[in-house]
Write a protein that binds this ligand. Structure first.
Ligand code: 13P
Length: 253
């Protein structure tokens, strides 16, 4: 069944004390979540065990890692494996965020390896895609995003695809204050669903959750979430402010 998910990607922000306060404030302000709606916190690794312990008594609130290693285990200094993430109580991992692709040179092939590691560890994946501004300006954005899906996901079989959530994050909208309009978001989300449909068939496409990310704020969330193919959001800056994140969670009907 298609889930509604609001995920907060803290990126490289907040101390342990600040993170703890934020999670407590959000949980205290949260209305009970229906069974098909989830809230996900994606803190930096140093805080993730603390956040997992804070949320584990609250229904439908989960923790995601922001990244995982492309390797299973061994001599890879500085890396965290998918198995370690699962073992620490986190059911989700983000893979393919544009900041990892751009600043850490993560290639489609490397991302496919991370996807395989995450699935082998039985993690749910939030797979990020999205085009840069020049692709949007040249009207190649549909092909750009379809290529990202094909290059890092389409080696999976249909059963494995059940563990994938897509986050569409146009790079020109991340942290810029520029949001895709509801029309642009719906158009791309429908395109992503159609691309998945063509590869995996109707059931997988219908059950796929597709999140929008990129300057999603309390004042634009309801309009974005009202779109037929927008199943929630991957929120950056606004997820660091408890009242803003709660307002965005509440904007998802
Ligand atoms: P902003 O909400 O700060 O634009 O960030 C979006 C994002 O990159 C979430 O992963």
């Amino acid at each position: 069944m298609r889930k509604k998910i609001i995920a907060g990607n803290w990126k490289m922000n907040l101390t342990i004390a600040e993170g703890k306060q934020l999670v407590q404030d959000v949980i205290n302000g949260l209305q009970a979540l229906p069974h098909h709606k989830e809230v996900v916190f994606a803190p930096p690794f140093l805080q993730s065990v603390m956040v997992s312990e804070l949320v584990n008594k609250t229904n439908n609130v989960f923790v995601a890692a922001q990244n995982c290693s492309a390797f299973a285990n061994g001599a890879y200094t500085g890396e965290i494996s998918a198995t370690m993430i699962k073992n620490a109580g986190m059911p989700y991992v983000l893979i393919g965020h544009s900041e990892r692709r751009d600043y850490f040179n993560e290639t489609p092939t490397l991302l496919a390896q991370k996807v395989d590691q995450a699935l082998a560890a039985r993690l749910q994946i939030i797979f990020c895609c999205g085009e840069p501004l020049n692709s949007r300006e040249q009207a190649t954005h549909n092909q750009f995003v379809a290529d990202q899906l094909r290059d890092s996901l389409f080696h999976l079989d249909a059963k494995a695809m059940e563990n994938i959530t897509i986050a569409y994050e146009p790079i020109w909208a991340i942290g810029t204050g520029l949001t895709a309009s509801a029309k642009q978001a719906q158009y791309m989300h429908a395109h992503i669903r159609a691309t998945i449909h063509a590869q995996y068939g109707e059931t997988i496409a219908k059950d796929l959750s597709i999140l929008y990310g990129g300057s999603c704020k309390p004042n634009n969330a309801a309009e974005l979430f009202a779109c037929e193919d927008v199943d929630g959001g991957l929120i950056g800056g606004a997820s660091l402010v408890a009242n803003d994140f709660i307002a965005i969670i509440n904007a998802m009907a």
